[in-house]
Design a protein around this ligand. Sequence first.
Ligand SMILES: Nc1ncnc2c1ncn2[C@@H]1O[C@H](COP(=O)(O)OP(=O)(O)OP(=O)(O)O)[C@@H](O)[C@H]1O
Ligand SMILES: [Mg+2]
Length: 337
Amino acid sequence: MVSLLICIFAADTVTNFEIAFAVFYIAVILIAVGFLSARGVAVLASICIGLTVFSLFLTQRGSFEAGLLNCGISTCAIGITTYLALKIVAAQAAVFDAQEQFARMARLTRLGELTASIAHEVNQPLAAVATSADACRRWLDHSPPNLERARQAAERIAVDARRASDVIVRVRRLAKNEAPHRERVDLNEAAVEAIGMAEHEIERNSISLQMNLADDLPSVMADKIQIQQVISNLLINAIEAMTGVPSFKRELTISSSRDEGGSVVFAVADSGSGMKQSTLDHLFEAFWTTKESGMGIGLTISRSIIEAHGGIISVTSAPRMGAVVQFSLPAAEEKQA
Ligand SMILES: Nc1ncnc2c1ncn2[C@@H]1O[C@H](COP(=O)(O)OP(=O)(O)OP(=O)(O)O)[C@@H](O)[C@H]1O
Ligand SMILES: [Mg+2]
């Protein structure tokens, strides 16, 4: 940098007044912008202007007026270049800051979504733990205490607590966009287990449950816990949708079948409030809910899980006509004999 400054100064001084060599100081400024601070660039620009003026008095050849004019032009060029270069650098710094802030916000949003998803998904196993704990206490308070039933309730507590921790692992995996863990899953069996966990709610709401599970269903390659999370979310939505209809009209139908393409289809149909078109348009949007205490993420999580398994989830419904929520998953390859 210093040698470049000296070269330009020397050339500007030995050449005629008519040659405006000093405009080359612009190159020095543009180079300096890459590694000097704004203050450093401003000081360097002042030095360049000083050298331009100094060389005007040292130059011997040519017309002084032309030299004066060129000195003015060079000084203006250096000044304008410095101003614009500093503006560009400031704008780049602002963009960089904004990007950093955006990345921080995105991290926070992801964290918020993860927290909300975990809170949503562990709710059901935790509610089951609380129910079993109440039952356990009641069996112990009996006189004489029914130790066998109390032990069964304690076992259910252990199973549901383990389930809550399994669910947290699955939600974290989903949030990190990791491919689901795959094992051969019998969807009917997984569904019966998930329905068992919601049994208490189904009974408490006097809902009549009908199961139409196909016998010859092929298995699917899936993460069983995640698929059960989906089934639980659909069951809870169906149960909640029926709170507004008289208890004798509350019907929940669970069915599984195989479609023409060979995929396994699982459907939850209810006789609840149904949905308007405006609800159907937003169903899968995160944090979209029509419920006072809803989080609006049950279906969002369910869709992420089904799509991560290469499946499809869809809803058909009309106001007061109940709703059918179904998903399909590709069947696993048949086992070689
Ligand atoms: N079976 C159903 N019958 C009628 N409406 C439904 C049904 N399932 C979902 N909905 C509508 O879709 C909305 C979104 O459902 P989603 O499960 O994503 O969230 P939520 O149930 O409102 O809250 P949460 O996150 O706690 O589950 C619900 O608020 C409800 O309006
Ligand atoms: Mg829900």
